[in-house]
Design a protein. Structure first.
Length: 216
């Protein structure tokens, strides 16, 4: 899953408006933010296999440090502790940030083929929705657009810009599903990493910048 993860960001922001959206944008992708440099460094492994699934050419055959449930829980606990410490956040807010991190594994379980290891690099699971393009894209769109609409009911500022941004993200998802495969595993990882930070920067500009200025 890609842009559907951001639906969790918008839903969590509505539940706790004190958490900046840019923090939640990074939190829901944190397992992949860690995965990308590990792939670039050759620690976790992926192959580009066109047609491997109907929507995704990535054979994610070794990623125990980021995409096992044990790793996801540990990274979630780390996110809880770091956000609690650095943002001086209440326990509830830090818990929601940690929950946003762990939501990544749950949503990946729905779309991935069985490549998510339960422990080490064994007992791999995944429901394989990526092999059903219409259902996979529909889920991404429903999560992103549904949660962003729910958020915008409570936060009307920059509504048009955030709607356009959500549609642009959905367009990126179309390209990921139906465009040409990445040139190499490292290119796929680097492109993903740039996208995660770029999306977080854009949502900071659209949704968080004024709040930051008021509290400065």
């Amino acid at each position: 899953m890609f842009v559907g993860h951001y639906g969790v960001s918008f839903a969590t922001k509505k539940a706790d408006p004190s958490i900046p959206l840019w923090v939640l944008f990074l939190a829901v992708q944190w397992l992949d933010v860690l995965w990308a440099p590990l792939v670039i460094l050759g620690i976790e492994k992926v192959r580009i296999v066109p047609g491997f699934t109907a929507t995704n050419p990535l054979d994610l055959y070794y990623m125990p440090y980021t995409h096992s449930p044990v790793a996801a829980l540990l990274w979630s606990a780390a996110a809880f502790a770091v956000y609690r410490l650095l943002a001086h956040a209440p326990t509830r807010s830090a818990f929601l940030v940690g929950l946003a991190v762990s939501s990544h594994w749950v949503l990946d379980f729905i779309v991935h083929r069985p490549d998510l290891p339960l422990y080490d690099n064994t007992a791999k699971v995944g429901l394989g929705l990526w092999n059903y393009p219409a259902w996979a894209f529909g889920l991404e769109a429903a999560l992103l657009l549904g949660a962003s609409a729910m958020y915008l009911k409570a936060e009307p500022r920059n509504r048009a810009a955030i709607i356009v941004f959500s549609l642009v993200m959905l367009g990126v998802q179309v390209y990921v599903f139906f465009g040409p495969p990445p040139a190499s595993p490292k290119a796929a990882a680097a492109t993903a990493l740039v996208a995660y930070f770029l999306f977080a920067l854009i949502i900071w500009f659209l949704a968080d910048r004024r709040a930051s200025a008021r509290t400065a």
